[in-house]
Ligand binder design. Sequence first.
Ligand code: GSH
Length: 235
Amino acid sequence: MPRLEEFAVNRRWPAQNPDIIQLYSLPTPNGVKIPIALEEMGLPYEAHLINFATNDQKSPEFLEINPNGRIPAIIDPHGPGGKPIAIFESGAILLYLAEKSGKLLPADPVGRLEAIQWVFFQVGGVGPMFGQFGHFYKFAADKVANNPYPMERYRDETKRLLGVLELQLADRPWLAGETYSIADVATFPWVRALGVAYGAADVIGLADFPKVADWVSRAAGRPASLVGLNVPPRP
Ligand SMILES: N[C@@H](CCC(=O)N[C@@H](CS)C(=O)NCC(=O)O)C(=O)O
């Protein structure tokens, strides 16, 4: 890996402090996971705004660190072996940061896998399904005005996934058990988005999932979340 100064992304969004983790993001349900985790872990970082209005996420500089052209991504100037490392995919970044800090991931193998499986549940299920629901319900409603099928399909899958979360939270405070973990950090911003970003609390019937609603408000109210949910500030 090149030194931080040699990354094209660093030339376009220069680091003020090249010694700390560089975050490239926007406060979306995927984007906020990383500043929330960094705040929880107490890891110093610097945030750079990747502006969708100017398609920054598809720029050659950003594609150098995430060929998938999506936020979030990070560069840690002090990665494995003390060398810089660039990482994309929020689940991979969360795992990396948890291992680096020794926080938000249980140390015992069973607890660790419990948390990891819920992180995968989020990146493979909750994120894509809730995202497609939001797309058809809020952003592309005009395109499916004569065909309710896409919105209904993703709405029903969203409700089914909320039911899975409700069951998991029936007898434990956090997704992976007694302690707050990267599984909660990965997932609560997506559930929060159903109401806050999509205005769909009623259509989804969020009130039918009281354990989930209570869990989101406890997670979103943590001091780290209150900061991380707005990092980097939107333009
Ligand atoms: N699986 C990816 C998903 C990332 C993702 O979809 N990010 C969205 C924002 S929530 C994005 O960058 N969208 C911009 C685009 O599609 O051009 C992850 O978890 O990091």
